[in-house]
Write a protein that binds this ligand. Sequence first.
Ligand code: FNR
Length: 341
Amino acid sequence: MVSYAGKLVLAPMVRAGELPTRLLALKYGADLVWSPEIIDKKLIKCERQVNDKLGCVDYVKADASSPVFRTCPSLERGKIIFQIGTATPSLALEAALKVVQDVDGIDINAGCPKHFSVHSGMGAALLKTPDTLCAILTALVDKVGKPYQKPISVKIRLLETKETTLQLVKRLCETGISHLTVHCRTTPMRNRERPIRDYIKQIYEICQDHDVTLIMNGGIQSKSHFEELLRDLELPREIGGMMADCAEQNPTAFHDVPLDWYDVARKYVTIAHAYDNHVGNTKYMLSRIVPGKSKFYQYFARCKTTQEIEHVLKLLGPDGNPLGDPLLFIQGCREQEKLAK
Ligand code: FNR
């Protein structure tokens, strides 16, 4: 069974946490990677397909232009945790059973503050319905965790007070989960706000009493920053760290020496191309990786295919400034397109 103790991991991130980001993070030192949250009903409707051409396993929905979930077993096996968005034990169970053979752990999202999640009782809404959350976790522990020997975990936010948070943590630990991730902000807090880490040690102690490992999330900027936090807060090394925002901007942030944005962009696009990533998703990730003030930012937005993006990247000099004229190349592509019509 995969252990989360002391690991530095890639957070679950809708849009940003697709296969190319996860593979780049793993290559540059992430110990584990989370899938983006996938809603139980959506996964249940998918068909599992072995993709021999790419060496991947795809979960495909009939009306979708790209797989709902794609994993590459040769590179992700032993390291991929699948996150489910749910508000119903039976649906969570059905979704988990569908995917369990291809992943190394099942995580429940109990922290998403977005309207889409909370209005249907999912994400952070589960923090207000702990009976439902515990029923989901108990069902998963009994019917997925134990028979398949895969860890069940949950990702929560802090409640309004230390006391209520510690009470909740205790209840969650009693369900038999193996791991807990705490996003050290309350539901109304935004990502730019400073995380509250004042009582993470007490959360850790409750987890320890129940043999549950703990991952701390919120505001971690890099591997060295995480190590600094453990030292400053006098926390044991068994506590893991999870990075979202900074790993979205730079998936190599897990490495001792993260790469510069132009090297990250090149490596990211090479992987995205190799694994046939949806071009819209590749462009989204580049919009996060490439600084807005860089000249290159305006170029890739005009590309229509991953091959075009790859070519434009070849016109990028070693320091991130263009060597050739990417705009001329892009204009040429559009003219060829018109002629072909
Ligand atoms: C997120 N977050 C998130 N959380 C979650 O449990 N499931 C998800 O699918 C997502 N999706 C997501 C997408 C994007 C683009 C971002 C930036 C964030 C929240 C994330 O996992 C994390 O808890 C917070 O971002 C706080 O960590 P950082 O950003 O301070 O490291």
